[in-house]
Design a protein around this ligand. Structure first.
Ligand code: F6P
Length: 361
């Protein structure tokens, strides 16, 4: 029986287990392949003892579960893998041993479920001989080649529910509440959750903001009797002429810079300039957790089944994607060429502005 390996890489998101289930069930039931789970992203192909046989029976019940049963990591890049030599951490290229391990395990194909980082690695491994199919995930929805990623709908639903709750307390206390949401490079989460949750101000990385415009909006509302406001700010938003807020710097083999702090900065400035009572809420990883929405379960299942059909046909070096209503695929190198920014003339921004939401300018 041919064998397909499955791994999940990068930050987790709701729907990963639904993809795994789609691959395993269709591998077993439709194509007659054996599915092998590879744990902790590419680390499962670097270190021994990190694989598990998956069957329909062994994965029973995972569809509604958040996270990933295979666990994940964004520090297991085989091309820059941190190892300890003589008590010191050195970054090494262990990609050739990944290929060897893949062969030792008797695998015929790999399905790599991840974001842009995972796909960059998958594409480099494909270039040196690994038969891989990619499946895009991220709550940030910033992968260009697909109209939408699973995980995004669940994240904006979580953020929207938080905004609903914050509204009632903001209104009760005549306060401004600033809500920092995820969105490293792009503002999809802030924009869509902000519209769904009735935000008054939405600040996204694509539109550097002017704090005076934000304060003017809040003051106008107060003058008209709405003595409270909700400001949604993406973690990657920055002021005009300023920089993103970094909480902790990453480094080679240590992952990316950790963003955070823009909510506090915006909150402090609003308090200073308007004299209003301000509170700041950082939603953080709550947005990545929990059970996937129906939309994400369906999309993730479609992606998993499509990935397995591509494996069966030998369509390697490609990533599954959604175009309109059709699940199709693109070469991985095309998918990772750039991020999917929120277009400044997008209908979503125009809609937000039409109902009076301040976009920071
Ligand atoms: O890419 C998804 C994301 O949630 C980003 O919005 C955020 O910057 C990052 O992951 C956080 O990653 P970590 O969990 O490694 O801190």
């Amino acid at each position: 029986m041919p064998k397909v390996g499955v791994l999940t890489g990068g930050g987790d998101c709701p729907g990963l287990n639904a993809v795994i289930r789609g691959v395993v069930k269709s591998a077993e039931g439709k194509y007659g392949w054996e599915a092998i789970g590879i744990e902790d992203s590419f680390e499962g192909l670097i270190l021994p003892g990190k694989t598990v046989r998956m069957t329909s029976a062994s994965i029973r019940g995972i569809l509604p579960q958040g996270g990933t049963i295979l666990h994940s990591s964004n520090r297991s890049n085989p091309f820059e893998y941190p190892t300890t030599v003589d008590g010191k951490t050195v970054v090494q290229d262990v990609s050739r041993s990944v290929i060897e391990r893949f062969k030792e395990l008797g695998l015929d194909a790999l399905v790599a479920i991840g974001g842009d980082g995972t796909h960059r690695i998958a594409n480099r491994l494909y270039d040196i001989g690994l038969p891989v199919v990619g499946v895009p995930k991220t709550i940030d929805n910033d992968i260009r080649a697909t109209d939408v990623t699973f995980g995004f709908n669940s994240a904006i639903t979580t953020a929207m529910e938080a905004l609903d709750k914050l509204h009632t307390t903001a209104a009760s206390h005549h306060r401004v509440i600033v809500v920092e949401v995820m969105g490293r490079y792009t503002g999809w989460i802030a924009l869509e959750s902000g519209i769904a949750g009735g935000a008054d101000v939405i600040l996204i990385p694509e539109i550097p903001f002017e704090i005076d415009a934000v304060c003017a909006k809040i003051q106008r509302r107060a003058e008209r009797g709405s003595n409270f406001s909700i400001v949604v700010v993406a973690e990657g938003a920055k002021p005009m002429g300023g920089e993103v807020s970094i909480q902790k710097r990453g480094g080679k083999g240590k992952g990316m810079d950790r963003l955070g702090g823009i909510g506090e900065k915006v909150g402090d400035q609003i308090a200073e300039k308007t004299g209003m009572d301000v509170r700041v809420t950082v939603l953080g990883h709550i947005q990545r957790g929990g059970s996937p929405t129906a939309f994400d379960r369906i999309l993730a299942t479609r992606f998993g089944c499509k990935a397995m059909s591509m494996v069966q046909k030998g369509e390697f070096g490609r990533m599954v994607c959604l175009r309109g209503t059709e699940v199709t695929s693109v070469p991985i190198h095309e998918a990772i060429s750039d991020y999917k920014w929120v277009p400044l003339d997008s209908g979503l921004i125009l809609t937000a502005q039409a109902i009076g939401i301040c976009m920071g300018t």
